[in-house]
Design a protein around this ligand. Structure first.
Ligand SMILES: [Zn+2]
Ligand SMILES: [Zn+2]
Length: 273
């Protein structure tokens, strides 16, 4: 199974980091977890396209994680010439979110149907809302859902993905919690969105300081990785985003608590498990 970090950025615009998203390839089955800024461009860089997706999995409806879902939907629709259905799974609220996106796309959908004889209807999407404990199978990949803690964002979910004995946990934005521990128990790769608490705390900006109470810090993520016995810790969605010369410092901080491999994600970093 390959885990491709298609977007390692955060809400803060970054020329080198697309918004949060991760592509998981379990054999020929491609799953996209979240769909942040620039996701379709990075999917192309990862050798995938929306029409190859077995499913889109959404952790939560924060804009940085879903702002380019409309591009996934439209590109899937046009490139499959309207002949395929895109399955989308996410927490309660996802169906309404997708419906509203389709509503916003109505002019474009109308133009394309009018212009192309091949297109006779709008995008076909099949949205399934998940709750903690739900599981699903896509191809020969299984996905289990667990509750995460990103309050006041509710509900939020994370995913444990398994393929041919390899396991990964992609849990999205969350504080350490029981749900994350369950999803990440014994996984080969635990992918965690993180902030550097010590650096964020230096800010005088109150809105920026607000992010402290609903994200995992690097130390939190490392402690979780050690507690659950993860094989590797993969850091993504880093705030503030480090430059490569700062990676060793980030890794050293995590290594004080976790003695497995620690990977600092760049866009298109690929982890094979
Ligand atoms: Zn979030
Ligand atoms: Zn986020």
């Amino acid at each position: 199974m390959d885990i491709v970090l298609t977007g390692t950025g955060s809400p803060l615009p970054d020329a080198d980091r697309a918004g949060p998203s991760t592509l998981v390839k379990g054999g020929d089955t491609h799953l996209l977890v979240d769909a942040g800024r620039g996701v379709v461009m990075r999917m192309a860089g990862a050798g995938s396209l929306p029409m190859f997706l077995g499913a889109v999995l959404v952790t939560h409806l924060h804009s940085d994680h879903v702002c380019d879902l409309n591009d996934v939907v439209t590109t899937h629709w046009v490139m499959s010439q309207g002949n395929a259905t895109l399955p989308i799974y996410g927490p309660v609220g996802t169906a309404q979110f997708v419906e509203r996106q389709l509503h916003a796309l109505e002019p474009d959908i109308g133009y394309r149907i009018e212009h192309h004889d091949a297109l006779t209807a709008g995008p076909q999407v099949e949205v399934t809302e998940l709750e903690a404990g739900d599981s699903l199978t896509v191809g020969d990949v299984t996905v289990t859902t667990g509750a995460t803690d990103h309050a006041p964002v509710r509900p939020t979910i994370g995913f444990r993905i398994e393929h041919e004995g390899s396991t990964a946990a992609l849990v999205g934005d969350t504080l350490p919690c029981v749900g994350v521990d369950e999803l990440a128990a014994g996984v080969d790769a635990y992918v965690q969105t993180v902030i550097r608490r010590d650096l964020v705390e230096l800010s005088a900006n109150e809105m920026f300081l607000d992010i402290l109470d609903y994200h995992s810090g690097v130390v939190d993520a490392a402690q979780t990785a050690a507690r659950v016995g993860a094989g590797r810790l993969v850091l993504t969605h880093m705030v503030p985003a480090p430059t490569p010369d700062q990676y060793p410092e980030w890794q050293a901080r995590a290594a004080e608590h976790f003695d497995g491999e620690i990977i600092i994600g760049d866009d298109l970093t690929t982890i094979t498990i």
